[in-house]
Structures are given as C-alpha cells and as structure tokens.
Design a binder for this molecule. Structure first.
Ligand SMILES: [Fe+2]
Ligand SMILES: [Fe+2]
Length: 219
C-alpha cells in the first residue's frame, strides 16, 4: 500500500491485530472507548433485564388485551435494543459478563418488578395488584431508558458516529414507549385523555428504528 495516501497509515501499525483503528479513532476524538463500552454493557444489561421483567408485567395485565399488546411491543423492542448493541461491545473489545447475575447487577436501570409481593411458594399476591400500578412501573422503566440512551448520545455525538447512530435509533423508540405508557396510565389512573399520537406497531415489536439485520425470523 502506498504511504502517500492521507489515511493509508495511522496510530496502529500495519498488520497489528492487538489494536483496532475503529477504537483508536474514537480515542483520537476525545472519547475513551473502554469507558464507552462499559457504559454500553450497563445499558444493554438494562435492556435485557427489562425484556425479562416486561414478560412478567405483560402477563399480569390480565384481561387488558390492548395494554398487553403495547407492553409486548415495548418488550420485544428492548430485546431488539440488546441485539443491536451487543456486537458493538465486542467491536470495542468488551464482552458480556459470563455470569448473568453480574450482568443483571450492573444494569443501568432498576428492576421493573411486578409491584406486588410474592409468597413463599412463588405466587404473586395479586389481591391488591392494579393495572395502574403495572403501567407506572412500565412508564418509569421507559424513562430510565430515555435517560440512559440520551447520555450515550451525548457521549458519542462528536466522537463515535457508529454508536451514536445505534443510540439515537434506540432513543427514538424509548420516547415512543414513554408516550404509550403516559397515554395508558393517564386514562387508567386519572381518566385523562393524553394521546401518545401513535398506534400499535404493525407487527409486535417491529422496532422500526432499531431493528437489527434480520439474520432469521427471530432476530
Ligand atoms: Fe429499550
Ligand atoms: Fe422501552
């Protein structure tokens, strides 16, 4: 390769596989790629655990098929967010924790648990469980996600267009999700009409902004 081309060489020696230009260009622009990738692991930890918790929350919206459908869209899109960003962590020489407990512990958002006690035999005490309680958990989980991905947009805006593109696409969907749950909670709890301005996704969990390359039908 000719040496006289502007970008023909740089901080990484030719043939050196111990470093990545894709990470060094981020560092050269003032962002620490190690700090970013650790932040991304925390963020996808929250997407993954929220996907799990939403499974339980959705089930306990028993008899509220329209609410279940919206919760399902948000649930599947969190899985899409996890799938979208995990490869980026490896590009930045990070990895997912081997122990899922470590992964859950470092998630950047609180556990979105069903807001009712569970008895010793593992059954929820649903006697006092209300739809509005569940909707409030869902709403606050979305708000945490908006804060998380906004922070990652801020970190990457000038330094890392690839991560920024992922984060802003996820943020688009998290803002959709907040609007959905504001609409549902306002109606359910306060009898107020507070339109999201949206309709349910065409297919459950369509992820119109963040969907990953569709390697197969479940991706
Ligand atoms: Fe998400
Ligand atoms: Fe969300």
């Amino acid at each position: 390769m000719s040496d006289d081309k502007e970008h023909g060489s740089g901080a990484v020696e030719p043939g050196d596989t111990s470093k990545r230009v894709g990470a060094e260009v981020i560092r050269e622009r003032g962002l620490d790629p190690e700090e970013l990738r650790e932040k991304l692991i925390d963020a996808v930890g929250a997407e993954f655990t929220t996907y799990y918790y939403y499974t339980n929350l959705r089930m306990h919206l028993a008899g509220e098929e329209d609410y279940k459908e919206i919760a399902e869209d948000a649930r599947l899109e969190d899985r899409a967010h996890f799938e979208l960003v995990v490869p980026r962590i490896y590009e930045l020489e990070g990895s997912l924790p081997n122990d899922i407990r470590d992964f859950a512990d470092r998630a950047s958002c609180p556990d979105a648990e069903v807001p009712t006690p569970m008895d010793d035999s593992g059954n929820f005490d649903t006697s006092d469980l209300t739809v509005e309680d569940i909707l409030e958990v869902l709403l606050e989980a979305e708000r945490c996600a908006i804060r998380t991905w906004s922070e990652i947009c801020d970190m990457t805006r000038e330094a890392d267009p690839r991560t920024y593109d992922m984060a802003q696409r996820i943020l688009n969907e998290e803002i959709d999700h907040e609007a959905w749950f504001i609409e549902l909670l306002s109606k359910e709890r306060d009898g107020e009409i507070n339109p999201a301005g949206h309709f349910a996704r065409g297919e459950p969990g369509d992820a119109p902004y963040s969907t990953n390359n569709r390697f197969n039908d479940s991706a």
